[in-house]
Write a new protein. Structure first.
Length: 95
């Protein structure tokens, strides 16, 4: 019985996705898109830059709670703890 339980547990662990995605937008306090902002998964090399409409997409994010930071010169950085996978994450950068 213990062997079967361990087998089921091992199968469940290996069935978890190795990577998730996080997507969203970076806006300023007026609600305008911030193009060219850097969006980074803290303590990793996973990062991207926002498109002209302020949208971003991060791939290769480990599933679970992660810290994401949005930054652009001339604005204060903003960080959020999110649970990956996540879609519709919003950042509001202040000048």
């Amino acid at each position: 019985m213990k062997l079967r339980t361990l087998s089921v547990l091992a199968a469940a662990i290996f069935a978890l996705p190795a990577h998730a995605q996080v997507a969203g937008f970076v806006l300023d306090t007026a609600g305008q898109p911030v193009a060219g902002a850097r969006v980074t998964l803290q303590a990793t090399n996973v990062r991207t830059t926002t498109a002209i409409d302020g949208s971003f997409f991060l791939a290769s994010v480990p599933p679970g709670f992660v810290e994401i930071v949005a930054a652009k010169k001339g604005y204060y950085n903003e960080g959020q703890s999110v649970q990956a996978p996540a879609v519709g994450i919003g950042f509001r950068l202040e000048t």
